[in-house]
Design a protein. Structure first.
Length: 379
């Protein structure tokens, strides 16, 4: 096994940025206080650190500080969003609309509610991965309490037009939830421009630590209420009880600050690397890009290798760290539900590899990756 393969799986997770780690370290040792301890300096220091991080994260997404609720990650945030709305708005209705290409955390949470008496409409997508807005509008009913549409897909990078979708949802007097986990740090994310009422994000996708995430919950126009899913102490304005992960939250805040500061410069460089990779791998006509190539993240390329199996290609290139899709679904032997929903055949889905480039990817790594893959595909 290659001990240090070239990492091209940044959509799965990212390494912690050295500046993020530096910001976190004091909160493991001398600043170890519980942010809920109100009677002494250790608690006050921790609480102040959490306030600063909340402000950094709110600024990164165009929100107010009090609209940011800390969680253990995006999966918990998604569960709180969907189940919290379902429970809180059950009097209005029990209908939820989502999309077939959503992350499993969204789809499985919706299926859980469906087993408990809620009605679910799962919208198909077009071949390029985008949602048909007319179909979406027709699917929203008077008893629709939530519409869940991912901002940017974790497997293909396809970006949905949330601005237009959000206006449709609001005109229908429903609530829009968006999973922005992959979008944060790669494109501009503003909850007001997106018309998002609830939004999930995670630290470990933006060079922060694992085990910490956040849920944006709109406080006005409309004011969203959620039924808490974890009880015990009333932390986070009662939305999510539990002792706060202060080092993780500090790291998340710093990661957001760095991501927004260097957003356009960093992703401009990454986009050029992605273009070089795609052109080299597809110019012989033996491979093609899956999904909309205009509306997508700058770092993501999902490539279908014709007449090849992706898992065999990955095994043949141990010097590269690649994946066929979501890390959360990598244990499953079935083809990607995202690619199947886009209309790819089972053979095409099994032949597709996700390349995701990041902050520490350089030209030399991309050239080595190209040579390794072309060497295998020419056999």
């Amino acid at each position: 096994m290659n001990p240090n393969p070239i990492y091209l799986d940044y959509n799965s997770t990212t390494p912690v940025d050295p500046q993020v780690l530096e910001a976190m370290l004091p909160y493991f040792t001398e600043r170890f206080g519980n942010a809920a301890s109100r009677t002494h300096a250790y608690g006050w220091v921790a609480d102040e650190a959490v306030k600063i991080a909340r402000k950094q994260i709110a600024k990164a997404i165009g929100a107010e500080e009090m609209e940011v609720i800390f969680t253990s990650g995006a999966t918990e945030a998604i569960n709180l969003a969907i189940k919290g709305v379902a429970e809180s708005y059950a009097i209005k209705g029990k209908h939820i609309v989502t999309v077939a290409t959503e992350h499993k955390a969204v789809l499985d949470t919706c299926k859980h509610l469906e087993k408990n008496g809620y009605e679910l409409t799962t919208l198909p997508v077009m071949r390029d991965g985008l949602v048909d807005h007319d179909l979406l509008e027709r699917s929203i009913r008077t008893d629709t309490i939530l519409v869940a549409v991912m901002l940017a897909n974790n497997e293909t990078g396809v970006i949905q037009d949330l601005n237009s979708i959000g206006q449709i949802v609001h005109q229908k007097n429903s609530i829009l939830f968006t999973d922005a986990t992959q979008a944060l740090g790669k494109i501009n994310v503003d909850v007001n421009e997106l018309y998002a009422d609830i939004m999930s994000i995670s630290a470990h996708k933006v060079y922060g630590p694992k085990g910490v995430g956040a849920l944006y919950v709109r406080r006005k126009n409309p004011r969203v209420t959620l039924a808490p899913q974890i009880d015990g102490g009333g932390h986070e304005r009662g939305f999510r009880s539990g002792t706060l992960n202060v080092p993780g939250i500090v790291g998340f805040g710093k990661a957001c600050e760095l991501a927004t500061k260097n957003l356009f410069e960093e992703n401009g460089r990454i986009s050029l690397l992605r273009t070089r990779l795609e052109q080299a791998l597809t110019e012989n006509g033996k491979a093609s890009v899956n999904g909309n190539i205009k509306n997508r993240l700058p770092n993501t390329s999902n490539i279908c290798f014709h007449n090849l199996k992706a898992d065999e290609l990955i095994k043949a290139c141990p010097e590269l760290a690649l994946s066929t899709g979501s890390a959360c679904s990598s244990a499953l032997a079935e083809p990607s539900h995202v690619l199947k929903a886009m209309g790819l055949s089972e053979k095409e889905a099994y032949g597709s590899v996700r390349f995701s480039i990041g902050r520490f990817t350089d030209d030399e790594q991309i050239e080595k990756a190209i040579q390794a893959i072309l060497h295998y595909t020419k056999k």
